[in-house]
Write a protein that binds this ligand. Structure first.
Ligand SMILES: *[C@@H]1O[C@H](CO)[C@@H](O)[C@H](O)[C@H]1NC(C)=O
Ligand SMILES: *[C@@H]1O[C@H](CO)[C@@H](O)[C@H](O)[C@H]1NC(C)=O
Ligand SMILES: *[C@@H]1O[C@H](CO)[C@@H](O)[C@H](O)[C@H]1NC(C)=O
Ligand SMILES: *[C@@H]1O[C@H](CO)[C@@H](O)[C@H](O)[C@H]1NC(C)=O
Ligand SMILES: *[C@@H]1O[C@H](CO)[C@@H](O)[C@H](O)[C@H]1NC(C)=O
Ligand SMILES: *[C@@H]1O[C@H](CO)[C@@H](O)[C@H](O)[C@H]1NC(C)=O
Ligand SMILES: *[C@@H]1O[C@H](CO)[C@@H](O)[C@H](O)[C@H]1NC(C)=O
Ligand SMILES: *[C@@H]1O[C@H](CO)[C@@H](O)[C@H](O)[C@H]1NC(C)=O
Ligand SMILES: *[C@@H]1O[C@H](CO)[C@@H](O)[C@H](O)[C@H]1NC(C)=O
Length: 452
């Protein structure tokens, strides 16, 4: 039974009187699938500890407590909806649904010009949400994001074959923007059958090939191209092979051309080999000193690896990836998890004040090799992505907790006058939109209302 919780009006300050609800997840409800059970508990802790942010009312998009920025709040939606799809449940589906925003509202977030890759994560999550849940508004926002990026972010002079710029400084072209929008173009073509997306998909792919961003010897993906249209010989971040594998899978779904799957397999095996510690554990090139963005990359890789696994006829190849995922599941539980009683011993960190729900475990830290250091939403999401990606196909959910979806306080309309930002972060109010943001500690708010 769902326990009754009593909320005070000032619940953010006083906390919540409520029983321990970690028993809402069990292996039985997932037919014994352990990975689904771990996904369930990891998501439960993610939502209990960091959702919603106490300063949600400041933002034009849905935010968690402690993500470093706009893109991460969009990126987490994809594993949330993948869990719904892969373990046939509707846990937290209203949180997912509440994430829908129109393009205009997302653009406000950056006061007012997000980098194209940041918007791309929303495009990918929204198109996946539409695919699984089927609400038209998500598809429309994903289309609007793609069209906005194409119009304002693609190099229409076609120097070096075009390509997306990183942001509206138009200074450099990073591979990630291009792999994200390649995947989105292919997916939008599949979902809409609008030929325009197919034409643009071909152009983005052509740009990637022409600049030799996929190394044909190592099958590693280059981080960016130089102004001479050459790869800049910088490799490492696993979200590059991740999003490129996801792109090739989408291209395969359109054409049924097996060479896309063959290439995706080469990229996957190369990335796994290049990013595996001697221990056999998946390790980001920057581990254990990754910045907060980079902490999410391993999750993005395994998420896309699963999309590839779903298209493989070759069971040996699929089993090979499944074994690798299962190995990493065991590793992070053994080396990188904290689930102590009391949970206050787990060094769980918050950015915007204490949580609305009771703090709970398990929590995971950034380096999957361990040792456990601290709990925060980014490493939690990477672990969640891993558990979700490794759920066995055909897993279903049974029982009342399959639709567990606790209510949470609606965002309040805060202003800078409400002093909502942490003491070391300046509150910044910008026009022509009426919105606000907290600057990072090293930034100040300028006259235009932009943190610089
Ligand atoms: C949840 O919070 C309430 C109020 O602070 C507390 O009484 C209760 O023991 C907590 N439950 C757990 C499991 O921590
Ligand atoms: C709930 O969490 C606590 C602490 O993590 C753990 O000791 C307990 O066994 C969990 N209960 C259930 C039913 O999973
Ligand atoms: C769960 O499975 C049933 C039967 O296969 C299907 O009708 C339903 O749409 C699925 N639900 C989710 C949330 O995937
Ligand atoms: C591919 O990688 C190899 C080994 O790092 C390197 O020598 C070669 O220059 C790269 N090729 C291109 C086109 O960048
Ligand atoms: C290569 O390009 C990427 C993306 O622009 C950049 O982040 C990276 O620092 C560059 N590396 C080198 C060695 O120039
Ligand atoms: C399949 O894709 C490969 C690589 O893009 C291409 O060379 C080949 O012509 C395609 N095959 C068909 C039948 O379209
Ligand atoms: C990964 O690839 C890069 C570029 O080729 C290389 O410098 C690095 O040593 C490789 N790392 C591992 C662990 O294989
Ligand atoms: C590999 O894992 C070991 C054991 O956890 C750790 O000491 C080492 O730093 C890791 N190496 C890399 C490259 O991450
Ligand atoms: C607790 O987490 C913080 C990072 O938020 C870290 O700096 C600190 O070292 C951690 N403490 C322990 C005991 O690991």
């Amino acid at each position: 039974m769902k326990k009754i919780c009593i909320f005070y009006v000032l619940s953010i300050l006083l906390g919540q009187i409520c029983g321990n609800e970690n028993s809402t997840c069990s292996t039985e409800m997932f037919d014994g699938d352990f990975n689904a059970y771990m996904a369930c508990r990891t998501q439960f802790a993610h939502q209990s500890n960091w959702f919603p942010s106490p300063i949600a009312g400041l933002f034009s998009y849905l935010i968690w407590n402690g993500y470093d920025g706009f893109w991460e709040n969009g990126c987490v939606l994809e594993p949330m909806v993948n869990f719904i799809a892969y373990a046939n449940n509707t846990r937290y589906i209203n949180v997912v649904k509440a994430s829908q925003r129109e393009l205009y509202s997302l653009l406000e977030a950056y006061g007012p010009y997000p980098s194209f890759d940041d918007m791309g994560w929303y495009g990918l999550s929204y198109s996946r949400i539409y695919e699984v849940i089927g609400e038209q508004e998500f598809l429309q926002s994903a289309i609007d994001i793609f069209n906005w990026a194409w119009k304002t972010g693609w190099d229409h002079t076609y120097r070096c074959g075009g390509g997306f710029w990183f942001d509206n400084n138009f200074a450099n072209k990073e591979t990630i923007t291009n792999t994200e929008f390649l995947q989105l173009a292919a997916k939008l073509y599949r979902l809409t059958k609008n030929n325009d997306f197919l034409v643009k998909m071909d152009q983005i792919y052509h740009y990637i090939l022409r600049n030799k961003l996929i190394n044909e010897t190592t099958y590693l993906i280059n981080d960016g191209a130089t102004s001479k249209c050459k790869p800049n010989q910088s490799y490492g971040p696993t979200y590059l092979p991740g999003t490129m594998i996801g792109s090739l899978v989408e291209m395969y779904k359109i054409s049924k051309n097996k060479s896309h799957i063959d290439l995706a397999n080469k990229l996957a095996n190369a990335a796994i080999l290049n990013s595996t510690n001697i221990t056999g554990i998946f390790t980001e090139y920057c581990d254990p000193h990754c910045n907060r963005d980079e902490i999410l990359f391993k999750g993005i890789f395994v998420r896309n690896l699963r999309y590839l696994m779903d298209e493989l006829d070759n069971t040996d190849q699929r089993n090979h990836y499944q074994d690798w995922l299962d190995f990493n599941v065991k590793a992070i539980i053994q080396f990188n998890m904290c689930d102590k009683d009391p949970i206050s011993n787990c060094n769980i960190t918050f950015q915007d004040g204490p949580p609305y729900f009771n703090v709970t475990g398990p929590v995971f830290s950034p380096d999957w090799n361990g040792p456990f250091t601290y709990g925060a939403p980014e490493p939690q999401t990477a672990a969640f992505d891993l558990f979700v990606a490794s759920i066995k196909p055909g897993t279903t959910c049974k029982g009342i907790f399959c639709s567990y979806d606790p209510s949470y306080p609606p965002p309040q309309t805060l202003t800078c006058g409400s002093h909502p930002c942490p003491s070391n972060e300046e509150c910044c109010e910008y026009s022509p939109y009426t919105s606000y943001t907290c600057c990072t500690p090293d930034q100040k708010c300028n006259k235009q209302g932009i943190c610089v």
